[in-house]
Design a protein around this ligand. Sequence first.
Ligand SMILES: C[S@@+](CC[C@H](N)C(=O)[O-])C[C@H]1O[C@@H](n2cnc3c(N)ncnc32)[C@H](O)[C@@H]1O
Ligand SMILES: *[C@@H]1O[C@H](CO)[C@@H](O)[C@H](O)[C@H]1NC(C)=O
Ligand SMILES: *[C@@H]1O[C@H](CO)[C@@H](O)[C@H](O)[C@H]1NC(C)=O
Length: 429
Amino acid sequence: MLERVLSLRSRTTQANSEEDVDDESKTRKTLSLTTRFLNQLTKTNFLWPSLFFFLFLLITSIAIHSRNIVCDVSSTGLIHSRFNFFGIDGLDSEFGLLGVPWCRSKHGKTVEWTTKDLIKGIEEFVPVYETRPIKNNMYGMGFDHSFGLWFITRWIKPELMIESGAFKGHSTWVLRQAMPNTPIVSLSPRHPEKYLKKGAAYVDGNCTYFAGKDFVDFGSVDWGRMMKKHGVTDRSLVLVFFDDHQNELKRLKQALKAGFRHLVFEDNYDTGTGDHYSFRQMCDQFYVRGGGHSCFKDGDEARIRTKRRMFWEKAVDIGELCGEGEAWWGVKGQMRDDFNHSNKAISYNEHFQNSRFVESVLDVYWELPPVAGPSLTHQTRYDPARVSSPIVEDGRFGLFQRLGLGSLETSVFNGYTQMVYLQVSKSSS
Ligand SMILES: C[S@@+](CC[C@H](N)C(=O)[O-])C[C@H]1O[C@@H](n2cnc3c(N)ncnc32)[C@H](O)[C@@H]1O
Ligand SMILES: *[C@@H]1O[C@H](CO)[C@@H](O)[C@H](O)[C@H]1NC(C)=O
Ligand SMILES: *[C@@H]1O[C@H](CO)[C@@H](O)[C@H](O)[C@H]1NC(C)=O
């Protein structure tokens, strides 16, 4: 109860100091509630006694919280100022502050696994991850997505794994750790073995590579022949992993055509960011809870974004989010493809139809949450305001340590970009 009062108090204080204009705000409800509450107190002559009481609570709360911060957060000044800036109780409550758009599945089905399964998975995966051949995988996957891919793959237990976008082969290695005896097909313009000359790389012994001079794009492979070659009769037993920075709508259509049902996309980039059109972008729609944007420069979203831009590298401000004619969908009204080498303007209507199409083939949509909160991992890139709550929440330092996460280098937590798992089927079925 006390906790509730405290958190309401500091949140509304923050809202009052930040927002003086009343518009289509996500904090308007809190604001008007506070105002009404204060008015009521003034009317009933309870204002001053109440203020003293709140002051007392405030001091107690600072005392309690600063003790927590001392044990939980390292001494990096930046991290301290980040959290102080967003309020005393802002440690985990800021997750999803600016909305977390989701794609709706046809029948509202969700994944079978729970947070408990994920936590157990992390504990198992940390020692595996520590044996990875490529220690420094800059431009490739870090810990969060490696865990996500490993966990999803182990759960699905596919008979064939397909990977598009291998780079030095780290994700091939992750797939191999998840399923030691399952064949892999890997598509990448440059063969991972090329990287062996310069340093660490992973080439798998049971993997068919379409790489180097043998490279074929996912959309051009004769999948019927490949299935026969690997003795796979049921295509719903195939898992496809995309980390090739291609328009995800294009990849979805190709995967549906080939009859695949389990798809994992590494980079489910947020609206206004990234080098390819993503599902998150497609489903960032006004009719989806947490979706849609206001390009109003004096609006609350603009104000909150400007502040968050100062603290989180991947946060975008309203100028970066909104293009000509207030086009905010995709990246400034553009559908990006192929590492931003191709860029096509789309109308809002087209964008809207894309989300409708995606939802018509979706059985399950699940975004991997960050493995642990930023006060634990010290990551500085993704903005919690656009992300769901982490598996290990801020403040759970004991759990973080117990799972072995504390022994990993900080840099491995810097690559989170909302990996997403999709289960799809043609709309007719
Ligand atoms: C971000 S990296 C992949 C990182 C890798 N999955 C890992 O775990 O480190 C993207 C890779 O996609 C490759 N790529 C580019 N175009 C591609 C295409 N059309 N199909 C498949 N891969 C492609 C690039 O050469 C690059 O190796
Ligand atoms: C490939 O997989 C088969 C079947 O699991 C196994 O017997 C063989 O040793 C593997 N080969 C390599 C090079 O890993
Ligand atoms: C992506 O391409 C557009 C041009 O089509 C360019 O204006 C923009 O700066 C590029 N962004 C990145 C991150 O490369």
